[in-house]
Design a protein around this ligand. Structure first.
Ligand code: GTP
Length: 430
């Protein structure tokens, strides 16, 4: 037991001075981690593969046109996304030294944005230190010190950028060159709308290459963002834009089919479509490029009145039903009737019995559906967006059924033709 105050402080250690950090919270030499949710270098990511297509991001009529609503970020404080990182915190990897171009940090944030601590001094060199007393060889006119200021002005050489002796841009420093090309801002192919969600790397995004077995005969899927649409020396192919709409009951898998076709991915937790969504994909069919302008309509009853906007002017309509739900096949028949009455006269109709991976719980027999499709001269396939069965083949068949551009000259089409009315013969009264 301490006898007096002096002894008490001696045993417990010195009394902390006012303003000094609490002993339980020593200042850490390491950078403090970002606050949860605070990430100044990266934008909020769109959650899941449904981004931009499902609710909240489907075309101009979707609720909240534009990218899909981001998932609510964990909130730490009033605005986690706008809060800067704690001072000194650096979520990026530590800097690495990068050859002679030192000073520009490799990996210093995406696109070279200056997130992170300032450039550090280079680490000490290994090996013997150069002798300070040793003099470098210098031209006579360079002066004793080698200082450029001591060189006579008439001796100073001017180097034009790009001239002899100048450093090419690519060699000007590896870090600098990398900063110019790296980063997430890679461009997409011209003509393709920007993706409505963050691009995901990986083979699932890559479309089948020409000649790929998945592409089937006569049609190969081109990813125009990464490949050239035209091989050197080959003829340019005609590009045709084909408007295609998907119709059918809610939950039958319309969006999943589109997503599988365009992105080659499947989301079991995909949200119902609000209004409609729009996606495009360009494929090669024989000597033409077919750009599918795909309108995926919402199957919910409350959006039914919007459907005519999407099937009007369509070259093809894919009516989808769920093979595990009999009532969706009845709805399909209603869509066929409506298309007959109000749709374009030459529209190609395709019937897709989706979820054929769930054969055990099938309610609609394939034979019945096929007979019905034949009776209305429609394309028929059973598909599985989940297992990527018959999805590409469905669009191949649509490409095949649509008359080629040569066989369908503009003058023989179904549009109106404006003709000058023959002028009436002039009558004279006398
Ligand atoms: N097993 C299986 N499930 C599927 C398949 N295609 C879609 N689904 C699931 O079916 C559900 C509905 O899919 P959606 O693509 O949203 O259906 P939809 O017709 O677009 O629905 P709406 O947007 O409301 O019109 C989702 O849970 C999907 O994961 C499939 O081929 N097999």
């Amino acid at each position: 037991k301490p006898r007096n105050t002096q002894e008490l402080h001696t045993r417990r250690g010195p009394r902390p001075r006012r303003g000094a950090p609490a002993p339980s919270d020593p200042p850490s030499p390491l950078p403090r981690p970002c606050a949860p949710g605070a990430n100044p270098t990266h934008p909020p990511s769109w959650d899941g593969p449904g981004g931009g297509v499902r609710a909240g991001g489907r075309g101009p009529w979707g609720e909240g046109a534009g990218p899909r609503a981001p998932s609510p970020a964990p909130r730490a404080g009033p605005s986690p996304l706008s809060r800067p990182c704690a001072r000194g915190a650096n979520p990026t990897p530590p800097p690495s030294w990068d050859g002679p171009g030192g000073g520009v940090r490799a990996g210093g944030g995406a696109g070279g944005r200056g997130a992170g601590p300032p450039a550090l001094a280079p680490p000490p060199r290994a090996g013997p230190a150069p002798r300070a007393s040793r003099r470098r060889w210098l031209p006579r006119w360079a002066g004793r010190s080698g200082d450029p200021a001591s060189v006579p002005r008439w001796r100073r050489r001017r180097r034009r950028p790009g001239g002899r002796g100048s450093v090419p841009a690519a060699e000007a420093g590896p870090s600098r060159a990398r900063l110019a090309t790296d980063g997430p801002g890679r461009g997409l192919a011209s003509g393709q709308p920007p993706p409505l969600r963050a691009p995901r790397p990986g083979p699932s995004r890559a479309a089948a290459a020409p000649g790929d077995a998945r592409a089937g005969p006569g049609l190969s899927l081109l990813n125009l963002g990464r490949r050239r649409a035209r091989a050197p020396g080959s003829r340019a192919m005609a590009l045709r834009e084909l408007k295609v709409c998907l119709l059918g009951d809610t939950g039958v898998g319309k969006s999943s089919i589109v997503w599988r076709f365009v992105e080659d991915s499947f989301d079991p937790n995909i949200n119902p479509t609000i209004g409609a969504s729009f996606m495009t994909k360009t494929v090669q069919y024989q000597n033409e490029l077919h750009k599918f302008l795909i309108w995926d309509t919402a199957g919910q009853e409350r959006f039914r009145a919007l459907a005519p906007m999407y099937y009007r002017g369509s070259a093809a309509a894919i009516i989808v039903y769920d093979i595990t739900k009999e009532e969706t096949f009845s709805t399909l028949k209603n869509w066929v009737k409506e298309l007959r009455q109000h749709g374009p006269p030459n529209i190609v109709v395709a019937i897709a019995g989706n979820k054929c991976d769930l054969i055990d719980v099938r309610e609609v027999m394939e034979r019945d559906a096929k007979d019905y499709a034949d009776s209305i001269h429609a394309i028929f396939v059973e598909t599985s967006a989940k297992n990527a069965i018959n999805i590409n083949e469905l669009f191949i068949e649509i490409s095949r059924r649509i008359p080629s551009a040569d066989a369908n000259p503009p003058s023989g089409g179904k549009g109106f033709k404006l003709r000058r009315q023959p002028s009436e013969p002039q009558r004279s009264c006398c």
